[in-house]
Design a protein around this ligand. Sequence first.
Ligand code: PLP
Length: 459
Amino acid sequence: MATQPSEAARSEAALRDQRSQFHPFTAITDLMADGPTVMSSGSGVRVTDVDGKEYLDGMAGLWCVNLGYGRKEITEAIARQSERLSFFHTFNGMSTDVVAECAEELLKRAPVPMSRVFFGASGSDANETQLKLIWYYNNLRGKAEKKKIIARWNAYHGSGVATASLTGLPGMHTLFDLPKGPIIHVSAPYHYRNAPEGMSERDYSRHLAKELEDTIEREGADTIAAFFAEAVMGAGGLIPPPEGYFDEIGPILKKHDILLVADEVVSGFGRLGTYWGSQAYGYEPDLITSAKGVTSGYFPMSVCFISPKVWDVIEGEAAKAGLFGHGYTYSAHPVGAAAALAALKLIDDLKVVDNVADVGPYMLRQLRDRLGQHAHVGDIRGKGLMIGIELMKDRGTKETFPMANRTGRQILKASAARGLITRALGDTLVFAPPLVINRAEVDELVDKFALAVQDVLPA
Ligand code: PLP
């Protein structure tokens, strides 16, 4: 189903964009063939493009506009701060009142006691900070050999040179000549696709824990510094962990003095129906990376949370280390801090986490009721408001559609034609709508999506 206007009918904005912008994560051939979809306004869970077409945003932008579009509380806080003090930095011991308040409010909300927060502007830069902090920490405590990092295949941790290496998606490695660095990938906890035939989730978790333990043994625990994990894998295919996964992994990491870094860039601030993803699965991180939901996408901001275990070493060795030689111009931007303070207050006032705990399981049920028996729907999975629908040629054998069919993309386009934004990760379609979505809006989303699936794959 065609959704984009022909080249002659493209809006001025679309043509301007197409001839001048180099788009991230975009196939240039698709952009040239279809033209960009150019948005111009948003309100609540909806956005409107330059041609006046309205869409229900099933992805909250890029899993970030958790409080929905057009929130005056945040836009006014941004405007006030921009007028009062549009920028000041935090290098060389400088700070701003609003940043100090924001740091304190964030620490209050941490899932486990944390000592400090370090600010950046994106999830990628925050994970780069975590990597450097981990190496810095081990150097300071005299463990210069303990530097390797374990991540998982299908993980997404960012687009920087180190964080793209950490990311477990081969498509982000090929052609970029990334330095491999001291990064080791272990299996994704992808029960539906990768578990041996007939193995229960619980046993698969034990199986993956054994793989981790074997990897640590092979490499030597005294060479491994940290393990990075998203609670639910997002961009790598919307993969919730199998039952008991973090219960199995956590003690192994502790035993070998390996830091657990919770990448909560997507899962933080309520997306899984708990304030933090780690709370949804009951594990205790040593470091937390967050971004996106902290300002609900209204301002670029990221936050690394640093536990006492790591901070005490850094502070204790500070005299020896001298200047902490890391930071970004926009670390702790005061306008970002004002946006974050307004967003944090709204998350509390609107009881957003409770809403996700109610609406998330409702949405999963509705999708399963509507599409669970469809011949080409293999798996519908998720936690809170992170939900994926994996399509395939044969749900019995789990045979995939030929790549060339681009089934996921066809469904994405059919959804857009019906006024719904989803995201295609291969043939897994994902939803991560604003966390303020209500049941009626979920019904609309599910209806539009089910019709779009039917458009492309008549059952
Ligand atoms: N970590 C996770 C889990 C993410 O999903 C993302 C982005 O989607 C990032 C890190 C990188 O964040 P950013 O795109 O802000 O650099």
